[in-house]
Design a protein around this ligand. Sequence first.
Ligand SMILES: Nc1ncnc2c1ncn2[C@@H]1O[C@H](COP(=O)(O)OP(=O)(O)OP(=O)(O)O)[C@@H](O)[C@H]1O
Ligand SMILES: [Mg+2]
Length: 175
Amino acid sequence: MSDGYTNNLCSAYHSKCGDRKAPNKRSKALLKPDNLLVPPHEMSRIGKVIGILSGKGGVGKSLVTALLAVTERRRGVSVGIMDADITGPSIPRFFGRSQRVKMDEFGLYPVETVTGISVVSLNLMIDHETDPVILRGLIISGLVKQFWTEVIWKDIDYLFIDMPPGSGDVPLTVF
Ligand SMILES: Nc1ncnc2c1ncn2[C@@H]1O[C@H](COP(=O)(O)OP(=O)(O)OP(=O)(O)O)[C@@H](O)[C@H]1O
Ligand SMILES: [Mg+2]
């Protein structure tokens, strides 16, 4: 186009229309939502991921997460629970677990419940579950990401994710 209006617009931005280039493949690729997907640990094979969330707190998310996991485990499938409620973890207590998550050079290993459900929670990474922990936004979503990329979930059919209330950083990171 070379009408007066477009020419004025181009000169206002100190460039000519003919000089403008289409974005290269890489910058286009950066805009693709698929790129927000992060692969899990290479030693994990995770079947289905099921997030349990609600906008409101105290409505039974953690209880539903635990009951779903127990129900599926009773059906004989292998199950994991990621306690993504970093600032209010409650899953270990449901299962009476307090030992710490083990780690080696390959990654972190979930704690197993009596019936063999694999659990990862911040409460299983600190010395005492009542210890105060101060965490700000980015660290919280970073931890959730680590629960996915650095935990060796091995071979599980269902990974249930207990979320904190609301639609903030953690649910967005999980999605
Ligand atoms: N269906 C239910 N009937 C009666 N009590 C329930 C039910 N579901 C959960 N509770 C009780 O309500 C309380 C809150 O449940 P829970 O911790 O599962 O909620 P939550 O949504 O995970 O809370 P938060 O948002 O703080 O993580 C607990 O004491 C739990 O035992
Ligand atoms: Mg909860």
